[in-house]
Design a protein around this ligand. Structure first.
Ligand SMILES: [Zn+2]
Length: 665
């Protein structure tokens, strides 16, 4: 089990206020734009940033003069497309560029864009136009409604003093959020271990690590290192040291930042008469209110509680057997959970996640997931050899429609960890489609895999992230602001979560031999065991997700809370309790950032995901269903509300039956 990987995997899609830098062709709104303009220096970033902001200001003055007639929405959306190209890539570089000075310059630029967006959100002339412009159809009406809401949520119709305060708060929150992320990204933690302490951990994980003066190995807390140590190290002391380091990533400084961010968001919500940030956020989502989220989380809790307790009992028994101690004296510690979960899985199902690595080399695994999408959704991925990107190891793919050959979009893939790189797994939509503008979408997939190969869990993570990229790449929306992953945040995970269990299907895995004839196929018996073992640990895993979601909602609730005290109390109430001296929220970037009061969306989206999956119950390679799904859901973006997209695809209203059946299985 990788609790953190599961938390991290479905990570940040940069939403509308994120910023970035330069597209290769700043003014060409259409075309494939496969080239990546190399960024070499901080000065180059600063100069480009300045130029683009000036263009955005000039464009804004022009847009304000546009009459609020039938042409207005197209002009506004064209402007939004230009701003995407001027703004998005630079902030992305802050997460992935190998040069620290470039990352810092990208962050500074991101803050300037944030100020720009903050002011744009309160632009009275544009707000008036959005309310007056006539929609041509229901798609336009949806977008105009969304624009009016966004202007209002930015404070355009507040009295002047509150309006100014809203902007100040926005800018302050953005700056604090950046510092929070940077403290994690640049922490560069190294934890010392003797070789003896690493007994049980494959040598490939640590043999090339640097050593300190006493000859101890210095290991990072990146996933390819952290995972094997907490799952496989025989030494409880070694696991504990690694687990504590990861759990405290971000440090006490981030707790202070989180406290301030929470307070400021609460003040922001009150400017609008909302009782809490959670209320302010959820009223625009599928869930509609914190009360409804609470009720849903309560149902999830009821469905997983018993299984969690049962699993923990089994792990305690495994620990007692392993150490030869009486059960009554054995306490399961948090740093024991992953280790004994692996042991139980190995003992009962004789399955070992490490055993999958030889079958899933990283590059071939990527090609396998691309082939799967090709088969299922009728597209083609073509590698563009020698294309420049932000790092020499990044790969570029041109995506096209298999039947017509028409180009659809661009995908960049960044597979391996390196110093200063974003250390979870995420997809950034760098450009959104617009059929009106003949503009093709672009997405960047960023993960951190072991060069030795992937476990089955990691293959699932890769497919999950590719699901986000596919949502961006295969969209056919008319307006960029409704394209691809620009959907409600408690829906956005559904397309990715739907695909996750494709990796447990033998016919699906057989596609591996198509992309890698030299690779040995995964033995059926090994996969059968993994499928059987998969359920063990789910009770604990879903309970953890439930805890994260409940904590997020309480932190952003109507009563002010100290982040660590609240966490200690809530985690303390779970069966494994809270470990004094640890500070998980200091590394919980989701809730410091754009998933604040939105973490529940992972569980909420999963209800939708499992319902969508029912259409593939008989055949996970059903290309007809795949094509219908592509057209009815992925292509639409947010042109229609999510409930409607699901209904269009399934031919009925969505329900939670598949989700709760799965939990109860
Ligand atoms: Zn995701």
């Amino acid at each position: 089990m990788h609790p953190l990987l599961r938390l991290a995997g479905p990570a940040a899609l940069l939403m509308s206020l994120a910023a970035g830098a330069q597209a290769a062709s700043a003014d060409a709104l259409s075309g494939p734009a496969l080239a990546w303009q190399p960024v070499q220096s901080a000065a180059q970033v600063a100069g480009t940033c300045q130029r683009h902001l000036a263009r955005a200001q000039a464009g804004l003055r022009q847009l304000r003069r546009q009459p609020a007639d039938a042409q207005w929405l197209r002009a506004q959306d064209t402007y939004a497309a230009r701003v995407e190209d001027w703004a998005y890539r630079l902030s992305f570089l802050a997460h992935v560029h190998p040069d620290k000075a470039v990352r810092a310059a990208a962050e500074a630029c991101e803050l300037r864009w944030n100020r720009f967006f903050s002011a744009l959100g309160q632009d009275a002339a544009l707000y008036r136009a959005a309310r007056q412009a006539p929609p041509a159809d229901e798609t336009d009406r949806q977008l105009l409604r969304k624009l009016v809401q966004e202007f209002e949520d930015a404070g355009v119709s507040l009295p002047p003093a509150q309006r100014t305060r809203a902007r100040q708060l926005n800018e302050r929150i953005a700056a604090l959020g950046q510092r929070f992320d940077r403290n994690i990204r640049d922490a560069n933690l190294r934890v010392p271990f003797t070789e003896a302490e690493l007994q049980g951990v494959p040598a490939a994980v640590w043999k090339n690590a640097k050593r300190d003066a006493q000859g101890r190995l210095l290991l990072g807390v990146d996933y390819p290192t952290y995972g094997p140590v907490v799952q496989l190290a025989e030494s409880a002391a070694a696991r504990e040291r690694m687990w504590r380091a990861k759990t405290n990533e971000g440090g006490a400084q981030n707790l202070k930042l989180l406290a301030e961010i929470t307070r400021l968001r609460s003040e922001y919500a009150r400017l609008f008469g909302a009782a809490s940030w959670a209320e302010f956020v959820t009223r625009r989502r599928m869930a509609e209110s914190p009360a409804r989220v609470d009720a849903f989380l309560g149902e999830v809790r009821a469905a997983v509680q018993a299984r969690e307790v049962m699993e923990i009992d089994e792990l305690r028994q495994a620990k007692a057997d392993h150490l030869g101690q009486p059960l009554a004296q054995v306490k399961l510690e948090r740093w024991d959970a992953a280790f004994y979960t692996e042991r139980v899985r190995q003992a009962r199902y004789s399955v070992d996640q490490e055993a999958f690595r030889p079958y899933f080399p990283p590059q071939e695994s990527l090609q396998f997931t691309l082939r799967l999408v090709e088969k299922l959704m009728g597209v083609r991925y073509q590698r563009v050899e020698g294309a420049a990107a932000w790092h020499p190891e990044v790969q570029t793919y041109a995506v096209s429609d298999a039947a017509s050959g028409a180009p659809l979009g661009t995908l960049w893939v960044d597979l391996y960890p390196r110093e200063g790189k974003y250390n979870h797994a995420a997809v950034w939509g760098l450009r959104s489609v617009s059929t009106d503008l003949q503009r093709q979408p672009q997405a960047a997939l960023v993960v951190n895999f072991d060069r030795q190969g992937l476990t089955l869990d990691e293959l699932e993570t890769l497919l999950h992230e590719l699901g986000h990229a596919v949502h961006n790449n295969l969209s056919q929306a008319r307006h960029v602001q409704q394209a691809g992953t620009n959907v409600l945040q408690d829906f956005v995970e559904a397309p990715s979560q739907m695909l996750e269990d494709w990796v447990y299907d033998k016919r699906v895995l057989a596609l591996m031999t198509e992309v890698c004839p030299a690779c040995k196929p995964v033995p059926d018996a090994l996969l059968d065991k993994a499928v059987a073992a998969r359920r063990f640990g789910q009770g604990m895993q879903e309970s953890r997700q439930h805890l994260y979601a409940s904590y997020d909602l309480a932190l952003y609730g109507p009563t002010p809370q100290d982040p660590l005290a609240l966490w200690a109390q809530m985690e303390g109430a779970t069966p494994l309790g809270h470990v004094a001296g640890t500070m998980f929220p200091a590394g919980f970037a989701h809730i410091a950032g754009s998933y604040s009061a939105g973490y529940y969306g992972y569980l909420w989206s999963k209800v939708v995901a499992l319902d969508l999956r029912t259409a593939f119950a008989a055949d996970k390679l059903d290309a007809q269903a795949g094509r219908r799904y592509r057209d009815a859901v992925l292509a639409q973006g947010s042109q229609r509300p999510p409930q409607q997209l699901v209904k269009d695809f399934l031919g009925r209203d969505f329900n939670a039956k598949a989700f709760f059946d799965e939990l109860a299985r």
